[in-house]
Design a protein around this ligand. Structure first.
Ligand code: 5GP
Length: 175
């Protein structure tokens, strides 16, 4: 059990299980993007650990960049998405993979997909470590999903609760 501020979290997905699954996703991506360099767009802040481990296991040339949006306050989605740091790389005509930590309602990803599409990439794929299918309300396609999880708040492995918990090497679920 870990205590973060006022909330207790219990172990959920171990570092070992995360590692194995991320290796599988990286191998699928390496096969699917063998034709040329792809651009990985990491969604800050939550995806930094997933992006790092995923990237280390991808066997084809990739560029890496970041984007930052915000929709969450505490443990609830605010229902609004804002872009805080935009794309600094020219992605026109390139294959891109948006790398996200978790898709919950899908609002952030819908917003990101629209933002990325405006830059005219050749192909867009989405990789999300976690997906909460029961919370999904927007019609989006996630090409690479690490784990489908129930509609409970999780922290660790890059994901935070009010800014804390990102350093935990495994995933924890709200008790
Ligand atoms: P959506 O826009 O899909 O509702 O929410 C996506 C964003 O909300 C994620 O990028 C993440 O920052 C945050 N989020 C959604 N569910 C969780 C959760 O269970 N734990 C944490 N730490 N963040 C979450």
């Amino acid at each position: 059990m870990v205590l973060i501020k006022d909330k207790e979290f219990v172990p959920y997905i171990s570092a070992h299980v995360l590692k194995k699954r991320i290796e599988e996703l990286a191998s699928e991506i390496s096969n699917d993007f063998s034709e040329g360099p792809a651009v990985l767009i990491g969604v800050l802040n939550g995806a930094f650990m997933f992006l790092s481990d995923l990237t280390k296991n991808i066997k084809v040339p990739v560029e890496v960049t970041f984007i930052k949006v915000a929709s969450y306050m505490g443990t609830k989605s605010s229902g609004e998405v804002k872009s805080l740091i935009g794309l600094d790389l020219d992605i026109e005509g390139k294959s891109v993979i948006i790398v996200e930590d978790i898709v919950d309602t899908g609002l952030s990803m819908k917003f990101l997909l629209e933002l990325v599409k405006e830059r005219k990439p050749k192909k867009i794929a989405v990789a999300s470590l976690l997906l909460k299918p029961d919370a999904l309300v927007h019609d989006i396609n996630i090409d690479y999903v690490g784990f489908e999880i129930p509609n409970r708040f999780v922290v660790g492995y890059g994901l935070d609760y009010d800014g804390l918990g990102r350093n935990l090497p495994a995933l924890y679920q709200l008790k």
